[in-house]
Write a new protein. Structure first.
Length: 197
């Protein structure tokens, strides 16, 4: 049985699919192992995919070892459009292709994020403030009631991944950073719309 001592106390590396919350994954693991003693080492937004580190049983005591590790994001930016939530779940408004930033613009602006700086947590974030995920009140139109924490972050690497089409409006961006950071949303030049997700 999955709740036997030999299987209970372990770390699980789960590739979370899009469309479910990190807590949904925890609930499923609890049902599979027949225990409520399950935790994770960091929250992913519902639309995000990627590694979710889960501890079962006594292994939950080991999760603190993983919480402080650096992390890597790979995100697809949508150029030539804006989103009301800065992610793909908001209302997307397209702008003319002629306003797309050049590859040189993308490289220069991404490079400006390297190093240590202060980051304001995105309003539509899975981070909890006062015990509630920030995106819950924000999606109810109560974003002005949410305190947006600021934190110091360090980004050691960020660049646009190679593509065969330099005018492709959806470049993939890779970022390596410390625990505190979230993938930044660049402030593009006035002549270019921002990639918002």
């Amino acid at each position: 049985m999955l709740n036997s001592p030999s299987l209970m106390n372990q770390i699980l590396l789960i590739d979370k699919p899009a469309g479910i919350t990190s807590h949904d994954v925890v609930d499923r693991v609890r049902r599979i192992f027949h225990t409520r003693k399950v935790g994770h080492a960091g929250t992913l937004d519902p639309f995000a995919t990627g590694l979710l580190i889960i501890g079962v049983g006594d292994a939950t005591k080991e999760l603190s070892k993983y919480v402080g590790l650096d992390k890597t994001y790979i995100a697809t930016a949508k150029l030539g459009a804006t989103s009301t939530t800065d992610d793909p779940e908001g209302v997307i408004t397209a702008t003319p292709d002629s306003l797309l930033p050049t590859p040189a613009d993308i490289s220069r602006i991404l490079s400006s994020f390297l190093g240590t700086s202060e980051q304001t947590t995105p309003l539509f974030s899975a981070k909890k403030v006062g015990g509630k995920k920030m995106y819950d009140p924000a999606r109810q139109g109560l974003g002005n009631t949410v305190e947006r924490p600021k934190k110091m972050i360090t980004i050691t690497e960020i660049y646009s991944l190679p593509t065969s089409d330099s005018r492709l409006p959806t470049p993939d961006v890779r970022s390596h950073s410390d625990l505190a950071s979230e993938l930044p949303t660049p402030d593009w030049p006035a002549s270019s719309p921002p990639p918002t997700y």
